[in-house]
Design a protein around this ligand. Structure first.
Ligand code: AMP
Length: 114
């Protein structure tokens, strides 16, 4: 079930988070309930609710978010690999209605995901 956009509150500093990266277009912080030794969320500052809301206007932003994810993976020493996940809407397991990449690493991943 989708909750409020609590990530907007993190951007606005209304609630605290363990922020690991910020620039003018995006923010990255540690997931409150980590599913791996490294579990970081990368979000755009633009309020895009879900992956299916992306438009052509978001092309550069998305490329930028991927480059931030790759840089953070290096910064966190995930040299043997990592997983980048986007959950979309209810059947995709999305709970927060603000686009986010999950960067997961530090353990072996399995396939298929749950
Ligand atoms: P999703 O289920 O893909 O929408 O992912 C939402 C993620 O946000 C989950 O992994 C939660 O653990 C995480 N989360 C929820 N609230 C917070 C918060 N206040 N700070 C950091 N991570 C959070």
């Amino acid at each position: 079930m989708m909750q409020d956009d609590i990530f907007q509150k993190i951007i606005d500093r209304e609630i605290s988070a363990n922020i690991v990266f910020e620039d003018e277009r995006c923010l990255a912080f540690r997931d409150l309930h980590p599913q791996a030794p490294t579990h970081v969320l990368i979000i755009p500052k633009k309020a895009i609710p879900t992956h299916s809301d992306l438009t052509d206007d978001d092309r550069d932003l998305l490329g930028h978010m991927h480059l931030v994810a790759a840089r953070l993976a290096k910064d966190f020493g995930l040299n043997d690999g990592y997983r980048l996940v986007v959950n979309c809407l209810d059947r995709g397991g999305q709970t927060v209605p603000h686009l986010h990449f999950h960067l997961l690493g530090g353990r072996d991943m399995t396939w298929p995901p749950g």
